[in-house]
Ligand binder design. Structure first.
Ligand SMILES: Cc1cc2nc3c(=O)[nH]c(=O)nc-3n(C[C@H](O)[C@H](O)[C@H](O)COP(=O)(O)OP(=O)(O)OC[C@H]3O[C@@H](n4cnc5c(N)ncnc54)[C@H](O)[C@@H]3O)c2cc1C
Length: 148
């Protein structure tokens, strides 16, 4: 069975989600969260593809919801949903306390951010510093290669 680190150890991908409907953020075991750093609705679309390949769902910060890139019921944080997934992946998320409030009890926290000083890294079990486009595209290719 494929795993996110390619060694069968870290996160097992049990199934690949088909179809457009993704579970609500508070019900999913794997949640990919888009922050303002993804830059556009197209950025959120790329992250949604990643979430589907992982068998998870997509959520966002308040800034993403306020920008209209995701509906309000997908907002994670103090004024959104509280989530406790096995795996939280925050991408382009700075880690403001109001956001942390809603996801800090996630079992494994992964952060992808171009700023090595982003506060979210203080909470992350695993951190990747880089432009999310490069990192996410590589992850998507990796996950697709497991399907072949
Ligand atoms: C009363 C109140 C309630 C609030 N409730 C909530 C809430 O429920 N949920 C919530 O999320 N927020 C909430 N907020 C807002 C919160 O304070 C922050 O403003 C918000 O969480 C920041 O969102 P963000 O991380 O998406 O954006 P930003 O803080 O703008 O961070 C964007 C991040 O993206 C990174 N980045 C930029 N470009 C790239 C790239 N190419 N690749 C990778 N990384 C990149 C940047 O380094 C930065 O760290 C609330 C605020 C208040 C005052």
């Amino acid at each position: 069975m494929p795993s996110i680190n390619g060694q069968g150890g870290l996160i097992e991908v049990k199934s690949v989600t088909k179809g457009e409907e993704l579970p609500p953020v508070e019900k999913a075991d794997i949640v990919v969260v888009a922050g303002r750093g993804v830059g556009s609705a197209d950025g959120v679309k790329l992250l949604t593809e990643l979430a589907k390949l992982l068998g998870g769902t997509i959520g966002g910060t308040k800034k993403v919801v306020d920008a209209g890139w995701l509906p309000a019921d997908r907002q994670v944080g103090q004024t959104g949903k509280t989530i406790r997934p096995t795996l939280y992946i925050g991408i382009g998320v700075s880690g403001a306390i109001q956001h942390i409030f809603g996801m800090k009890e996630s079992k494994i926290i992964v952060a992808i951010n171009s700023d090595p000083n982003a506060p979210i890294f203080q909470y992350a079990d695993y951190g990747i510093v880089g432009d999310y486009r490069d990192v996410v595209k590589e992850l998507i290719e990796l996950l697709k290669s497991y399907k072949k």
